[in-house]
Write a protein that binds this ligand. Structure first.
Ligand code: GAL
Length: 518
């Protein structure tokens, strides 16, 4: 009888509580740590924006809260205007260099919010890391105009744009494929004047970028300095000038420039050879009458972080493709992240280390590109670690999963305003590695308000307690600690803070001097 009872209790506990968890991975039931955003207005995203004098300006104010929302901007330069309902600021930047500090205001029936925003008219673009989406890891060799439009729509509908996601980037395979007999991608690759032609899946690039811009978002395109892209489509070798002008005329705001077949042209691979094509494209883009940010993709060759900024790069990939990275005991993003984390000295406003995309949600397999995208195999804890690591490293936050299949858990990872604030912080410092052992990683990022964001990462297979001493982050005495994922104050701590961290998980905190009670 007792045995039957025990058996019944076990069955009931499995039905009601779920199966017993794997030792060490006790938290693998997806727990949504990000609190629901309040229905009152909350202005999110970057607090600074760089633009060249007189160039077109486009910024959709990222703001959560119940619609309709009413937007206004105090002290907006006369050459710019804000659309009251959509919160899209557009126009041309002032013709003279200078800093314009404006106040963004948002109001709905439940309340209002205000935030200071700095428009810096000068030579530097990308004053905070780009945020957006890139199509590579879901669309691979067959992106279409309609896929890209739908991704832009989803960026608005999912609420991602309300947190600061802005770029909608086409990757490889929009051009034509030299020598191909496939009716969709074959045919003449350039017109009589040498202008690059899109394949039939992209009937009108100007209409596509206009559509993206009408939503207040930005459009990215892809090419490379070699004759062919990685997927063997036409690239820009010996047509750099024509292509830079074409991308501009079409209305793109970002160019990902991928080395690929250029490698075969420079077998020696000395520094001059590596720099030459990026210098060329960087200087061509600078001369245009619109801003196009340059995302250099040459996998870290020649220590690109040391010179990427000088050749006009706004960001530079520091490693090979994350989608192909394999880990031993840990998933591939850890090794890519760790390699990138060592390069903290080189990142800053206008030039960022790029450890590649955020591959979570429903995502394609880079080793089997024709297979339908499927749910990530990363555990929830690993996904919190991924997003925390990228934010602490001030990395571009470019999601590359399926925008049509964004579930609540994925959005809870991508859209935590306080995590994003760490990535987009005004100081633009990349977090430093404070500790790295086989079981623990601590990254610390100084923030503009004097506080420090600290990520306590458990690299092991079992939960463990990880502590950080204030002297490790160059602080002393009593400090206030806030759990960033849960957006919750944890209290005041003297000299040290320690906490339980789940297997392959993270606790991300913001540490600031304890405020005196008034
Ligand atoms: C790779 C690049 C990927 C993707 C791909 C397209 O070299 O690193 O991010 O752009 O080419 O073929």
């Amino acid at each position: 009888m007792a045995r039957i009872l025990r058996c019944l209790v076990l069955i009931a506990s499995i039905v009601f509580l779920g199966p017993p968890s794997t030792p060490g991975f006790a938290q693998s039931v997806p727990e949504l740590l990000t609190p629901k955003t309040p229905p009152t207005p909350q202005i999110n995203g970057p607090k600074v924006y760089g633009v060249r004098p007189g160039h077109p300006f486009l910024y959709r104010i990222p703001c959560t809260g119940t619609r309709p929302m009413h937007f206004s901007v105090k002290n907006l330069p006369a050459s710019l205007k804000v659309d009251e309902l959509s919160g899209i600021i557009s126009g041309n930047a002032p013709a003279e260099k200078g800093e314009f500090v404006v106040t963004i205001e948002a109001a709905n029936s439940l309340g209002k919010a205000a935030r200071t925003f700095k428009i810096v008219v000068g030579d530097k673009l990308g004053l905070t890391p780009q945020m957006g989406w890139n199509g590579w890891y879901t669309l691979y060799d067959h992106p279409t105009d309609s896929d890209i439009r739908k991704a832009a729509d989803a960026m608005i509908a999912s609420g991602m744009a309300d947190y600061g996601y802005q770029f909608v980037d086409i990757d490889d395979a929009w051009a034509r494929k030299p020598g191909s007999t496939d009716a969709e991608v074959g045919g003449q690759v350039r017109d009589e004047a040498g202008n690059i032609l899109p394949n039939v899946r992209f009937p009108s690039m100007p209409s596509l970028t206009q559509y993206i811009h009408s939503l207040g978002l930005k459009a990215g395109i892809y090419s490379g300095p070699g004759p062919l892209t990685c997927a063997k489509f036409e690239a820009s070798y010996r047509h750099e000038d024509a292509d830079a002008h074409q991308f501009n005329k079409w209305g793109f705001d970002l160019l990902k420039y991928d080395m690929c077949s250029y490698r075969n042209l420079v077998k020696e691979g000395n520094l001059d050879d590596l720099q030459k094509p990026y210098k060329l494209m960087g200087s061509l883009l600078k001369e245009l009458d619109r801003d196009i940010v340059l995302n250099m993709c040459q996998y870290g060759n020649g220590d690109v972080w040391k010179w990427g900024r000088q050749v006009g790069g706004t960001s530079w990939r520091t490693t090979g493709d994350l989608g192909l990275a394999v880990g031993d005991s840990l998933p591939g993003f850890y090794s890519v992240g760790l390699a990138n984390a060592a390069l903290d000295a080189y990142a800053g406003p206008g030039g960022w280390n790029d450890p590649d995309y955020i591959l979570i949600g429903t995502v394609g397999d880079a080793n089997n590109r024709t297979a339908p995208p499927k749910a990530t195999s990363l555990t929830p804890e690993e996904q919190y670690s991924y997003m925390s690591m990228w934010s602490l490293m001030a990395s571009p936050l470019l999601f590359s999963g399926d925008m049509a299949k964004l579930d609540d858990f994925t959005l809870n990872i991508l859209c935590n305003s306080e995590v994003i604030d760490i990535d987009q912080d005004l100081l633009g410092k990349q977090g430093k590695i404070l500790r790295k052992t086989s079981l623990e990683l601590i990254l610390a990022k100084p923030l503009e308000d004097g506080s420090i964001a600290v990520g306590l990462f458990n690299l092991g297979k079992a939960p463990r307690t990880i502590s950080v001493d204030w002297k490790e982050i160059e602080k002393r005495g009593r400090m206030q600690v806030r759990d960033v994922w849960r957006q919750k104050d944890l209290g005041k701590f003297d000299d040290t803070f320690g906490t339980a961290v789940p297997a392959h998980g993270v606790v991300l905190v913001r540490v600031e001097p304890a405020r005196r009670k008034l």
